[in-house]
Design a protein around this ligand. Structure first.
Ligand SMILES: Nc1ncnc2c1ncn2[C@@H]1O[C@H](COP(=O)(O)OP(=O)(O)O)[C@@H](O)[C@H]1O
Ligand SMILES: [Mg+2]
Length: 412
């Protein structure tokens, strides 16, 4: 059933192309809420969910004027009570136009002053340092000619990443990822790319240890729910998306730090605080994600329904504390795991990349473990089917492109 233009829905989940959007739609739908979705592609798996009453699409880059206009139109048509974003670009759009959009719907995001610190790695790391929380050794670089001094200070291998994940560029903005660099040429190249539009980059020591993340839900500065997970494999191998992950008890040596940090910032709502351990096992802060993260499904499946908490908080309803969750649940994002394994074969020999044999065995052995899979939910099968169809279509396109490149090379 689809609502007519005059019906309203309880929530509109933005960034429907992302996995966490589907998690939010399912979670709110199961609570009997009426949910609509807004994304960039008609083929987004979330739009196929039985709980998605209406799906709207705008292919424009998230921070562009066209995207704002499309969102305003969607708000007029759907009239949602609450808006739930998950992508960094959309968070940026909502921050910029908060007053305008906030008149039409309640926005499930923390206050601006707290958000400003949380989305900025430079500011969150420096606050963490003031609080005595471990951070990676690192320096700020603004241009490639600062790379040599940074290498002297930090040494190689190193990780180069933007201070803010979302950067404006000539195409209306993009999310820029962390890069591992092993020599000066790679470092110069990464810094040139990340600082191209005037941005600053963090040049950090490379940490080889476990990746652990604490998800927190706070209202009025009080933690109402906490959850932790570690990622055994990520895509790309350096990190980014966690593709094989497990719920764990909140580690004592970083849970308190995460809570102190979030409370010092005054960050209400959902936040995922990411850490990676150094060679001696000490946790070092990576970043804070003040929006639903892709790995949130593991929390939901382990018993902490963060999207539902987020909805209640944004809607102005009371949020009761949630205690306890199932530890030891594994989840896998199969497409990401496949990509990560292919990347491991291509990047063999680089720091943190499993040798080819180990990567292939690890990929195969994960089928034998009791495991939940992203997208797969027997009560709502269509999104998984759509995700599979999208994957095969992309593979087909990639093969066709590779074939025509090969043919061109032969004929040239
Ligand atoms: N200094 C570092 N040493 C080792 N790995 C890192 C380092 N910085 C980032 N990474 C890896 O890259 C991933 C992405 O970095 P992060 O700081 O979370 O930025 P973003 O998620 O915004 O790209 C992390 O989860 C981690 O796995
Ligand atoms: Mg991250």
């Amino acid at each position: 059933m689809h609502p007519s233009a005059t019906d309203s829905v309880d929530a509109m989940v933005l960034d429907a192309d992302l996995r966490q959007a589907l998690v939010a739609i399912r979670s709110l739908g199961r609570h009997g809420l009426r949910v609509a979705a807004f994304g960039q592609r008609r083929s987004a798996p979330a739009l196929a969910s039985r709980w998605c009453r209406e799906g709207l699409v705008s292919p424009a880059p998230p921070t562009s004027r066209r995207s704002l206009e499309a969102l305003e139109l969607a708000l007029r048509h759907i009239r949602p009570h609450v808006l739930i974003p998950s992508a960094d670009g959309t968070v940026e759009l909502l921050r910029r136009h908060r007053v305008l959009l906030g008149q039409k719907a309640r926005i499930a995001l923390a206050q601006d002053d707290a958000l400003e610190i949380a989305i900025d790695k430079e500011r969150s790391l420096s606050l963490a340092q003031e609080l005595g929380i471990g951070v990676p050794r690192g320096v700020i670089v603004r241009a490639p000619d600062e790379v040599r001094a940074a290498i002297r200070e930090v040494r190689l291998p190193a990780v180069v990443k933007p201070t803010q994940s979302w950067q404006e560029d000539e195409h209306g903005g993009a999310r820029l990822d962390a890069r591992l660099v092993i020599d000066e040429a790679e470092a110069r190249c990464a810094v040139a790319e990340l600082t191209r539009f005037g941005g600053r980059a963090l040049f950090q020591e490379y940490l080889p240890g476990r990746r652990e993340a604490v998800s927190l839900f706070c209202t009025d500065g009080v933690v109402r729910a906490r959850f932790a997970q570690w990622a055994e494999r990520t895509s790309p191998p350096i990190g980014g998306e966690s593709v094989l992950r497990q719920s764990i008890a909140v580690p004592q040596d970083l849970g308190g730090s995460a809570e102190r940090l979030v409370s010092e910032i005054g960050l209400d709502g959902y936040a995922e605080v990411e850490f990676r351990r150094d060679g001696d096992g000490a946790p070092r802060l990576m970043e804070i994600n003040p929006r639903l993260s892709a790995s949130v499904e593991l929390a939901v499946r382990s018993g902490i329904d963060f999207p539902a908490l987020l909805y209640r908080w944004a809607a102005g309803e009371p949020v009761a504390a949630v205690r306890g969750y199932k530890v030891g649940t594994w989840m896998r994002y199969l497409r990401g795991d496949l990509m990560s394994t292919v990347a491991a074969l291509r990047q063999r020999g680089r720091p943190g990349v499993a040798p080819p044999c180990q990567a292939l065995m690890g990929f195969a052995a994960s089928f034998l473990r009791p495991m939940r899979y992203d997208y797969l939910d027997w009560r709502d099968p269509s999104p998984a089917l759509r995700a599979a169809a999208n994957f095969w279509q992309e593979m087909l396109h990639a093969t066709t492109r590779a074939r025509s490149r090969l043919a061109q090379r032969w004929s040239g």
